[in-house]
Design a protein around this ligand. Sequence first.
Ligand code: SF4
Ligand code: SF4
Length: 340
Amino acid sequence: MGLKMNYKEFNNALEELSRNYKIYAPINMNGKGRFSGTDVVGYGEINKIEDAVFGLKSYYSPKEIVFPIRQTLFYFGDDEVKEPKVDDKDTIILLRPCDINGIERLDSIFLHNGTYEDIYYKKLRDKVKFFMIECAEGFDTCFCVAMKANKTDNYSVGMRVKNGEIYLHIKDKDLEEVFGNLGDEVDFKPDFIEKNKIEVNVPDPEKLTIDIFEHEVWKEYDERCIACGRCNTSCITCSCFTMQDVFYDSNQKVGERRRAWTGCHVDGFTDMAGGHSFRQKNGARMRFKTLHKVSDFHKRFGCNMTVGCGRCDDVCPQYISLSKCINKLYDIVEGGPKNE
Ligand code: SF4
Ligand code: SF4
């Protein structure tokens, strides 16, 4: 079903939906920017369409809605273990095609990677419906087309927000009932970006063999990367976490087990019993991340892990670019130079 409506009509639908759904969208986060007195776009709950930001890329991805930064897995006491309650409401997320593809990459890791599903991820993920924001122009650092993550039909509603009007392509029967008596019926399907501003050439993953480990290309990152982990935390597809048992002050036999985000760039990530630690040089961490994104994941799941949202390039304080690194790898293994 295709519909065109104004903000007021759309907000009426949001109000009705909010009885059963928490609705998340990219929003302006006041004063939370990198520099004092600046804002940043991240994900938060909205009540009306005017609260959503459509003209800027979100600095943080929507990943934290299905994979929270810190998540209590269970509470433990003397003789019992209890799982925390999950919000009764389901979840609607307004997001771009690359991020829908990104959440599908998380699904591969948490749900389709071996015998067991990650139940903590699944119980949040099962609640989600996607409202796909049309993205036909992209931003300076996007390379979703090269990653084949610029398109998807995995959405309940596709939406274009333009000149005070909202066009909707509604595929979900339950939502047709909510929107059906609003606006005018039109013939609408969202467009997708066909060409990004930057060109990224992806090397054949089979050619990224163990020989690339010792290549001098990684040396630059030894010095340049400061292991801050911003690239990991901003990434829609980075899914690594660490575990913490927190014991309460009031009774040291009672507490909770949490998992919390971590990432392959940060110190301590590979620490093991006995004082062992791998990938101590920051270049080795860059190598590990890059090869996971364009080689190892591809060999296991048949697509690149990175979706080309470009957030890691946007947030890196040292101006390290994953897309440029992928181009360097292409030139090395495919006999460049294609990327000067
Ligand atoms: S990577 Fe950029 S251009 Fe592609 S869908 Fe995401 S935001 Fe849009
Ligand atoms: S954001 Fe940049 S400096 Fe920080 S860990 Fe990632 S690559 Fe290194």
